[in-house]
Design a protein around this ligand. Structure first.
Ligand code: NAD
Ligand code: ZN
Length: 366
């Protein structure tokens, strides 16, 4: 069992990572024995795969357990689903002593986390992430929330879980495309904070994606969680430093937005965003590092960018991005592989040129 601690202002909590953790009754007993009641919130795909197994574990640990599920996919991060979940929690007389267990990818983690943060002004939360993206990123750090008709992730809170339980083995059932998208965030950690991790990915990206060596996968997840825990521990509410985690996300979000969230998975858009950010880093980043980073990202086999996307569309989507500061656009750039920094207001002409040359040159007719 690998343990990474997250230390925040209000609580410290462990992330536990172990292959076959979902089957480890003793480990579950230790984590859950202080609760009497659990509500597992999941989506319908994950419920079919792991719902029963998790409910059985919790019941064996002596908890009275309910299982609630929502349809899979981003539209479930909505007020509508939050309202339905509240109704079911109230009907089942779930008390403040209960624990909500978020079993699923980032959608479930954000949604169930938001419900846990607000139901009865906050109940216990344990994250059991089941996608690579959720295991290395969204389940750690306490950002929970839902979407609004006018934009993604606009309603939410910072609400740390009591525990994160990660079983890399559940990635076996995750589609390869989803694994690749999660791997984009893993590459991001290497680029912004860990040249050793980056070098490991250069030799073993395919082993991570194919899950050929599950202990290696667990180690990579642990390294990513360490980096995120470190950053979150220093700047929980993203007043400065935490923004480094947004490397590749300025352009990534714009691409997702310009394609109405229908063409790219989040990690795929971020991978393109990283390519743009790397090219915008050429004043600080040497050409060898730039080339190494591009080569690794190419191995993710990204879907092509639709022909209809224009530079103006991307720029206007960026201007709407909520992360934009009053002073202007903040860019996360690289100094070297393993070290990132924040930069304000790059000249628009340069941004246009990179978007055009690096991204739009890869467009295809749909
Ligand atoms: N809170 C944060 O800090 C943070 C960070 C990054 C992303 N996010 C959010 O995360 C969401 C994306 O998360 P995601 O990429 O995990 O997507 P997701 O939750 O939609 O999961 C992707 C798909 O995989 C399925 N699935 C999940 N686990 C599976 C498994 N083990 N086997 C088979 N299928 C499985 C799901 O049912 C779904 O269809 C977005 O809403 C994004 O805003 C949040
Ligand atoms: Zn991301």
């Amino acid at each position: 069992m690998k343990t990474v601690w997250v230390n925040t202002v209000n609580n410290d909590y462990p992330i536990e990572i172990a292959p076959h953790l979902m089957q480890n009754t003793a480990a579950f007993g230790q984590v859950f024995n202080r609760f009497a009641q659990a509500v597992v919130i999941t989506d319908e795909n994950v419920r079919k795969l792991y719902g029963r197994q998790l409910v059985n574990q919790l019941r064996q640990s002596g908890l009275q357990t309910e299982l609630l599920s929502v349809p899979p996919g981003e539209p479930s991060k909505s007020m509508n689903q939050v309202g339905k979940l509240f109704t079911r929690l109230i009907e089942r007389q779930i008390t403040r002593q209960a624990v909500i267990v978020a079993l699923g990818g980032g959608v479930v983690g954000d949604l169930a986390g938001f419900v846990a943060a607000t139901y009865l002004r906050g109940v216990n939360l344990i994250q059991v992430p089941t996608t690579l993206l959720a295991q290395v990123d969204s389940s750690v750090g306490g950002k929970v929330g839902i979407n609004h008709r006018l934009g993604k992730n606009l309603i939410g809170s910072f609400y740390q879980p009591q525990h994160v339980l990660i079983d890399p083995y559940v990635l076996q059932t995750l589609e390869m495309r989803e694994r690749r998208a999660g791997a984009a965030e893993v590459i991001k950690y290497g680029l912004i904070a860990d040249s050793g991790l980056f070098a490991q990915l250069e030799t073993s990206l395919e082993a991570l994606l194919d899950l050929t060596d599950i202990d290696f996968v667990a180690t990579v997840i642990e390294q990513c969680c360490h980096i995120k825990a470190d950053i979150v521990g220093q700047d929980e509410r993203e007043q400065s430093f935490r923004a480094l985690l947004n490397f590749g996300h300025t352009v990534g979000h714009a691409l997702e937005n310009a394609t109405q969230y229908r063409v790219f998975l989040h990690g795929e858009a971020v991978a393109y965003g990283m390519l743009a950010a790397l090219h915008l880093s050429i004043d600080s980043l040497c050409s060898t590092s730039l080339e190494r980073a591009i080569q690794l990202i190419r191995r993710l086999s990204l879907p092509p960018i639709p022909q209809s996307i224009t530079v103006d569309q991307l720029l206007s989507a960026m201007q709407q991005d909520k992360k934009r500061r009053p002073s202007g656009q903040t860019w996360i750039l690289l100094k070297t592989i393993g070290s990132a920094f924040m930069s304000e207001n790059l000249p628009e002409i340069r941004v246009r040129q990179v978007l055009n040359d690096v991204l739009l040159a890869r467009r295809v007719k749909k």
